[in-house]
Design a protein around this ligand. Structure first.
Ligand SMILES: [Zn+2]
Length: 446
């Protein structure tokens, strides 16, 4: 440690070359809003002005010509959304930003490495934010790819949504996230590669992803649809392993997202204290009661269900082990969603983007509405409730900074041509997207 301390001492001894000039006043942006849904769940306001200072919301003023009392008039910019409906940027709680399914996905697993995944992710990140999703929770990809991608976006080197990520999903041997499933001659993966059997190995796997920079932990509590595994969709980790995974994660301040399809795995993950269940396909009455008593979120991914059923019809698209599972799970998701929503389970919007093309995430809204959720409620799931599940994003000091356009929140907003709380289809063609007050894409007719 001596040499590190010596370097630190030299660095600290360097004279500061910074000139003490007053910091320039942050740029003020005035968004003139025909309609503004600042906080989904509360009534929208008409003919008002969203005042942004730097990258944060400052206030909302009545009137389309209002100006804040203070501020440097030279440094004011206006965005005209008088004819538009403005709402907070959308949040997708279940994406895979370093991956996009295609017929050759299995080959790419052994011909491409984490750097390829990160570089592919650059385009997927841009497609995601251009579709109006200004924040995402990435739940499974190589940590060596998704964590540098998250950080490059945070630095402003590339354009993309705010990202929190689990790094690599943690799986049992032969489970949904064992990367060697279906390949011959590959060495068995270790806890450092996210594959763990037994409580001690589970603890090491969690700690290693956190060491690499994971913001949360993702586990595969049951088998999954797209893995080349015939290990079914029932519970994989034992109850003892689930407890070790959750306790270790929570002790290090990380939430746990559990992928689960089978009833036994859903219920075991909820009993162990997981913070969200992804897919949660075969819920029973006990699952619903556990969701309600624990306060865990259900992340439905209806679009993933619809996509795998569609692709399973294409000859040769999926491995035969996958086709059977796709046809079993996909059709069950809609009815499960309907029952969970009616029972009052907390639902956060999530799609499984990467299973289908990034940038088409908003198709999920229509599936939610078709399964019985009112449009306004689906928007709450993709803003206020998604933000609650995600918690803290890089650069934020706490929750409440995404999913709303309240004072001190990030100025992440989208604008559309009609009221999405009446018809969600307009969310598939966003007119304007801004993140931190900066316009990312602008399709207004000039
Ligand atoms: Zn997924």
């Amino acid at each position: 440690m001596l040499h590190v301390c010596a370097i630190a001492a030299v660095l600290l001894a360097q004279p500061s070359t910074a000139v003490d000039a007053p910091a320039p006043a942050p740029r003020v942006t005035l968004v003139r809003c025909g309609t503004l849904l600042a906080v989904p769940g509360q009534p929208p306001r008409t003919n008002c002005t969203l005042v942004i200072s730097g990258d944060r919301v400052a206030q909302v003023l009545d009137g389309l010509d209002a100006r804040p009392a203070t501020g440097d008039s030279v440094n004011i910019r206006e965005i005209d959304c008088r004819e538009l409906f403005v709402l907070p940027g959308l949040i997708d709680c279940h994406v895979h930003l370093t991956f996009q399914q295609s017929a050759d996905s299995r080959l790419r697993r052994v011909t491409e490495g984490p750097a390829d995944a990160a570089l592919r992710g650059v385009g997927y990140a841009r497609a995601t934010i251009e579709a109006g999703f200004t924040s995402v929770r990435d739940v499974g990809g190589p940590a060596e790819a998704i964590i540098p991608l998250r950080d490059a976006i945070q630095r402003g080197d590339i354009v993309g949504p705010r990202v929190i990520t689990s790094g690599k999903s943690i799986s049992v041997t032969g489970g949904h996230a064992d990367p060697t499933n279906g390949y011959i001659g590959l060495a068995p993966p270790t806890p450092l590669e996210g594959v763990a059997d037994g409580p001690d190995a589970c603890r090491q796997a969690v700690r290693h992803q956190i060491k690499l920079g994971a913001d949360l932990i993702k586990i595969t509590a049951t088998g999954g649809v797209l893995s080349v595994s015939t290990a079914g969709t029932a519970q994989h980790f034992t109850n003892e392993e689930l407890e070790a995974l959750v306790q270790t994660s929570h002790a290090m301040g990380r939430k746990v997202a559990a992928h689960a399809h089978g009833t036994d795995g859903i219920n075991a993950a909820l009993k162990a204290g997981c913070d969200s269940i992804e897919h949660a396909t075969f819920q029973d009455a006990e699952s619903i009661a556990l969701f309600k008593s624990t306060g865990a979120y259900y992340v439905p991914t209806l679009l993933a269900g619809a996509t795998v059923v569609e692709n399973a019809q294409k000859p040769g698209y999926y491995h035969r082990a996958v086709v059977a599972k796709a046809l079993l799970t996909g059709p069950a998701m809609t009815e499960t969603f309907r029952r969970a929503h009616e029972a009052g389970v907390k639902i956060a919007f999530g799609t499984d983007a990467g299973i289908f093309d990034h940038g088409t995430n908003a198709r999920e809204f229509q599936l939610m509405v078709d399964a019985g959720m009112p449009p306004a409620r689906a928007i709450i799931a993709a803003t206020v409730d998604a933000a609650r599940l995600c918690g803290r994003f890089p650069g934020s000091s706490g929750s409440g900074e995404v999913g709303v356009l309240a004072p001190d929140a990030f100025a992440d907003f989208i604008a559309v041509t009609s009221d999405p709380t009446k018809d969600v289809s307009v969310l598939r063609s966003i007119t304007l997207v801004a993140k931190g007050g900066e316009v990312i894409i602008d399709r207004r007719t000039k």
